[in-house]
Design a protein around this ligand. Sequence first.
Ligand code: TUI
Length: 305
Amino acid sequence: MLGIEHPIFQGGMAWIADAQLVAAVSNAGGLGIIAAGNADGNYVREQIIKAKELTDKPFGLNIMLLSPFADEVAQIAAEEKVKVVTTGAGNPAKYMKMWKEAGVTVIPVVPSVAFAKLAERNGAAAVIAEGGESGGHIGELTTMALVPQVCDAVNIPVIAAGGIADGRGIAAALSLGADAVQIGTRFLSATECNIHENYKKKVIKAGDTATVVTGRRLGHPVRSIKNQFAREYGKIEYTDISPEELDQFAAGRLRRAVVEGDEKEGCFLAGQIAALVNKEENCREIIEDLMQDADRVLNGLDKWR
Ligand code: TUI
């Protein structure tokens, strides 16, 4: 459907998934996805143009629908005729007609069965069922519970996401009925991933309980690596602080993690599977390892027959 060699999407990580990472993933046979995050249209167009220079393979654009620039970025996706648009943190219904007319394949992230059905009704080509094991903004359900229920509920392909970082995760996702996987955290350690060295180190060092979810009170739960910022946010969100003050407190924290590597004050988004990421590798090595490992696991399952 997308012209990719391997059924692996690279998650659209805000501030992180730039043209260089995206082209490396697409050139290795996966689907690289540029993250628009909270960036403006100029940045996004620049990254699309750069990615087109760096790869002749298909790549995607992720639009974070809570962004103040979502309308502008949605328009650019249509103008630049991006092959695939994925969306996160909301309902992309109002852009569907424009994207369809531009020939863009639309694949929303869905946190529930209801949302998956709505996306299918609105013309989505596939859905990404993302469980709460993932990093960043999350829904309520786990990947294990969400993926099979979404697979039963829709007739379009399902991409599983959340807590997948190796071949075992891929095999598990396929067992749950998924057609492909989306992987974010594993790509944080990629050689072509332009994050601060302190971010990579934090991910590589992380253990199973390294992450925490904050932001539930305002209805936007976010998973990040435990540090001073996460502890402080977790405390003050349940005081009588106003939503505006809380937003102010969180503003710019991801940039401080990604660009400055500020270990105390930055917000280091990562999934619960960070403990499985233990070395830096290039995207080709990551994707080859994922595919070989999945094959090994799937062959091993023969013993159950
Ligand atoms: O979007 C993500 N992950 C993200 S976005 C992000 S930036 C951010 N910063 C602060 C607050 C919020 C976001 C960092 N990580 N993943 C895809 C995803 N989408 N996960 C869950 C959802 C989702 C949730 C609710 C999709 C649709 C949805 O609809 C409910 C509604 O009522 O709109």
